[in-house]
Design a protein around this ligand. Structure first.
Ligand SMILES: Cc1ncc(COP(=O)(O)O)c(C=O)c1O
Ligand SMILES: N[C@@H](CCCC[NH3+])C(=O)O
Length: 418
């Protein structure tokens, strides 16, 4: 069931009219559906249930809002974090420390120490020296840090280059050919409980074949490490499953992903870890915006909306497609360019897009904005920090306030010599 539907001609999120939210909170505003988040968590958990012992950790970077994290914690997910800030959010939202995985290519000593202090469940190591630093910090505290080595399998994920992470040329992980010797060395660190390996080849993957190829390489490494006498109890398969952004687009489903994982990993005898982000949150959120005006343009008119690249950066960064849906579809169509008010030509959401006719003052949403939306927002052009709303049935709450430019400026200081 879609929780973002037109009812009596008006777009609703679950049982709440998006017009009511626009009236109460203003625009632009992100709106999330609790029921959709819960359904996605359940669908993913069901999809991987057939792969034996496992743990699902939501990739917090996709949507770190505290209320969203609490919904997902209650739905049984842990957290995959990549900074001390994300770790603090996951803990504040109620995730158990043991259910938190600490990924990230550049964790500082302070972040590693904070992870040890909190007692988080797993550190994903990206550099040999990181293993030594973590081991020393843990040993000094009388701890053994649970850790896995993140391996770079040199597989092309077939996604946008800027969100591809598993090629040899990328900064992530350690070369798979270096892994056995490095594992040998780090396994001797007294402060480390080196228990497995991790892989993550990229995001918004539209094809399971590269994932399967990377998992098969990991399976071979697992066998090699065991043959060398290492006890491997955990393998972290990362995230990356794509979601449909365009109407009618079909991508591999979580169930198809789960079936592939069960097939590839059936003899591994490990606890599998998953780090889904986008597939949980992407289609659980929209960005609500109002048309400022429609301006004539060469070829097509420009629909200038009050959301901009600072609120939703994906189109400017990755040429990403976000469906644009009118609040009250008129039934008549127009072809238009859609852009925000920021002073960059890159602040364009769509070119030559067929949409319902909209006019000054009309409301509309960009769909599939629940992942990598608000979390990547900035205040460029001294615009407000975009607020977020969570809908639960017929009620809603502002779960992150709009921060006005004046409040942002108030945090700046004027030197007394100016
Ligand atoms: C290590 C790691 N795990 C999980 C994720 C989540 O990815 P996605 O949102 O594509 O599922 C990412 C981001 O690509 C990541 O870098
Ligand atoms: N920010 C990217 C995804 C990055 C994934 C990070 N590991 C996007 O919006 O598609």
């Amino acid at each position: 069931m879609d929780h973002f539907e037109h009812r009596d001609g008006v777009l609703h999120v679950e049982g709440v009219s998006a017009e009511v939210i626009a009236e109460a909170v203003g625009t632009p505003v992100y709106i999330y559906s609790r029921a959709t988040l819960e359904r996605h968590a359940q669908v993913f958990r069901d999809a991987v249930a057939g792969s034996g012992r496992h743990h699902v950790a939501f990739a917090v970077k996709a949507n770190p809002n505290l209320a969203v994290l609490r919904v997902l914690a209650k739905a049984g997910l842990g957290a995959d974090v990549v900074s001390g800030g994300e770790m603090a959010r996951a803990l504040a939202a109620g995730m158990a420390p043991a259910d938190i995985v600490f990924s990230g290519v550049g964790k500082t000593d302070a972040e590693l120490a904070a992870g040890l202090e909190a007692g988080i469940g797993q550190f994903n190591l990206e550099v040999e020296e990181e293993g030594r630093v973590l081991g020393a910090l843990a040993a000094a505290r009388g701890q053994r840090a649970p850790a896995v080595l993140r391996v770079n399998p040199d597989v092309d994920a077939g996604t946008h280059a800027k969100i591809s992470t598993g090629r040899a040329e990328n900064k992530f992980g350690i070369a798979i050919s270096d892994a056995p010797a490095m594992f040998d060395r780090l396994a001797r660190e007294p402060g480390l409980d080196l228990r497995g390996i991790a892989v993550h080849i990229g995001s918004q993957l539209g094809d399971l074949a590269p994932l399967e190829a990377s998992y098969r390489r990991i399976g071979q490494l697992l066998a090699d490490l065991r043959a060398a006498g290492h006890a491997i109890s955990h393998v972290d398969l990362g995230g990356g499953l794509g979601v449909p952004y365009r109407p009618g687009e079909t991508l591999p489903t979580p169930a198809e992903f789960g079936a592939m994982v069960a097939r590839v990993t059936q003899d591994w005898d490990v606890t599998l870890m998953f780090e889904p982000g986008r597939v949980i949150a992407g289609n659980a959120g929209v960005l609500l915006t109002r048309v400022i005006w429609v301006k004539p343009g060469e070829g097509h008119p420009w629909v200038i909306v009050d959301a901009a690249m600072n609120d939703l950066a994906r189109p400017a960064l990755y040429d990403a497609y976000h469906d644009f849906v009118a609040m009250r579809p008129s039934g008549t169509r127009m072809t238009a360019n859609i852009a925000g008010p920021v002073c960059e030509s890159g602040d364009t959401f769509a070119k030559a897009r067929e949409i319902d006719v909209v006019a000054r003052g009309d409301l509309a949403v960009f769909r599939t904005a629940g992942a990598y939306g608000a979390t990547m927002a900035s205040t460029y052009n001294s615009r407000a920090k975009v607020p977020e709303v969570l809908v639960d049935g017929t009620r809603f709450a502002v779960v992150s306030e709009r921060i006005e430019p004046q409040a942002i400026a108030a945090a700046e200081a004027m030197p007394d010599w100016l």
